[in-house]
Design a protein around this ligand. Structure first.
Ligand SMILES: NC(=O)c1ccc[n+]([C@@H]2O[C@H](COP(=O)([O-])OP(=O)(O)OC[C@H]3O[C@@H](n4cnc5c(N)ncnc54)[C@H](OP(=O)(O)O)[C@@H]3O)[C@@H](O)[C@H]2O)c1
Length: 255
């Protein structure tokens, strides 16, 4: 390890335009990191850049698209080394039974949560080896505990977790850390709305009566804490839930 690799503080965060990704950007910039955000919605990224000033830049990027991702990664790497990659881009589509669920929903979740994450990791890995850096994925407890109606999402998040775990094993002799953060229920503005195709009553019902679901900032705190550990300390996995959630099926709701 050289002093210079240890002192680089430049991170890439996918899914930076909302929710956990955006909160992670704020947390990291607050700790003195230079952050590049990746997402499709330029307006949100532009607003974040105005808010955060010189600590934040962005690249518009669709992680399900090879050309778009290649261009974004090349642009990021042309501006300097990268010490950390935080994979937050992800989504759930639908909550239907396996027997009747929509193939396109499953395809969308695999393309984004599994293949999109893989695509971005593969492209940044050589630079992360160079910087003695960290690959971090924000997976989900859905990847640990299957639940009815969660078929496609749980399967995709399980795949994302397994991918991170195997990457960790494969890179054990290399100077790269691999971290998996698996949150339980997080109340972000858009996640459940997107899951239910914009149906706000279904989205609100997810959080109804649950005292203090996690916030995006809670998860961002785990992200920045994990990244701030010494290069030689791999925080392999963090499972983080609201206090009121013992498991997906053991969720306390008031009233
Ligand atoms: N909310 C929860 O309860 C919860 C719990 C556990 C885990 N998670 C995981 O945490 C991550 C973030 O969730 P969140 O709650 O913050 O949801 P969110 O607010 O909907 O954020 C999702 C992010 O992914 C980006 N994204 C979606 N499709 C993309 C694509 N094709 N290319 C690039 N970026 C794309 C979105 O940006 P654009 O639309 O601008 O591209 C957005 O910034 C997801 O992986 C989710 O599975 C969430």
């Amino acid at each position: 390890m050289t002093d210079s690799t240890n002192t680089i503080k430049r991170a890439v965060v996918t899914g930076a335009s909302s929710g956990i990704g955006q909160a992670s950007v704020r947390a990291l910039v607050g700790k003195g990191w230079q952050v590049v955000g990746l997402a499709r919605r330029e307006e949100n990224l532009r607003d974040l850049a105005k808010e955060l000033g010189e600590g934040f830049t962005y690249q518009v990027c669709d992680v399900t698209d090879e050309d778009s991702t290649r261009k974004a990664v090349d642009a990021v790497l042309s501006e300097g080394p990268v010490k950390a990659l935080v994979n937050c881009a992800g989504a759930a589509f639908g909550k239907d039974a396996v027997a009747t669920s929509n193939l396109d929903d499953w395809r969308g979740m695999y393309e984004l949560n599994v293949l999109g994450t893989l695509r971005v990791i593969q492209k940044f890995l050589p630079a992360l080896k160079e910087s003695e850096g960290t690959v971090l994925v924000v997976s989900s407890t859905a990847g640990i505990e299957p639940y009815e109606g969660g078929g496609g999402y749980c399967a995709s998040k399980a795949a994302e977790r397994v991918m991170a775990r195997i990457l960790r094993l494969e890179l054990v002799s290399e100077p790269v850390r691999v971290v998996d953060i698996a949150p339980g229920l997080v109340h972000t503005d858009e996640f459940s709305l997107k899951r239910f195709g914009g149906d706000s009553s279904k989205a609100d019902a997810v959080y109804a009566g649950v005292p203090d679901p996690l916030t995006a900032d809670d998860v961002a705190g785990c992200v920045s804490w994990a990244l701030e550990q010494p290069d030689t300390v791999d925080v392999d996995q963090i499972v983080v839930r609201p206090r009121a959630e013992g498991s997906y099926t053991k969720l306390y709701r008031k009233g």
